[in-house]
Write a protein that binds this ligand. Structure first.
Ligand SMILES: [Zn+2]
Length: 133
């Protein structure tokens, strides 16, 4: 069975065949000119415009901030409430927002908490990345 991702370009190509709950690495573009990383990976550095290459970044990061989402946006497929966290990936010097599984209390994941990136099944059956402790 082929996995259908909400946005497969966000997930490292070798990890797209995984199942829900498994650890996944995110896909970023690394720039050989300025040394920065960008997500989503487009093959072009979003900082300086140079051609870059796609790389996998660490599947674990540190919480910078978190909050609860209490009101659904139009077209939302995930039911509220849920928690989102801004996760810092030190190896790529990137911060990325994602949904946190397993809690509806943002105080349960204070800044500095280490979270892992996993595949999660959305209510419509597609996969998306999420964070877990
Ligand atoms: Zn660059």
């Amino acid at each position: 069975m082929t996995n259908v991702w909400l946005a497969d370009e966000l997930v490292w190509i070798d990890d797209r065949g995984t199942s829900a709950g498994a650890e996944v690495r995110l896909n970023a573009t690394h720039c050989p000119e300025c040394g920065r990383f960008s997500i989503p990976a487009t093959g072009t550095c979003e900082w300086c415009g140079a051609a870059g290459s796609d790389v996998a970044i660490a599947a674990e990061g540190e919480v910078v901030a978190s909050t609860a989402v209490l009101h659904a946006t139009p077209g939302a497929i995930v039911e509220v409430p849920y928690v989102v966290a801004l996760l810092r990936f030190e190896d790529a010097k990137l911060d990325l927002l994602g949904r946190v599984l397993g809690t509806d209390d943002p105080d349960a994941i204070p800044p500095g908490t280490r979270l892992r990136v996993v595949a999660d099944t959305l209510p419509d059956g597609r996969l998306h990345y999420a964070f877990v402790q």
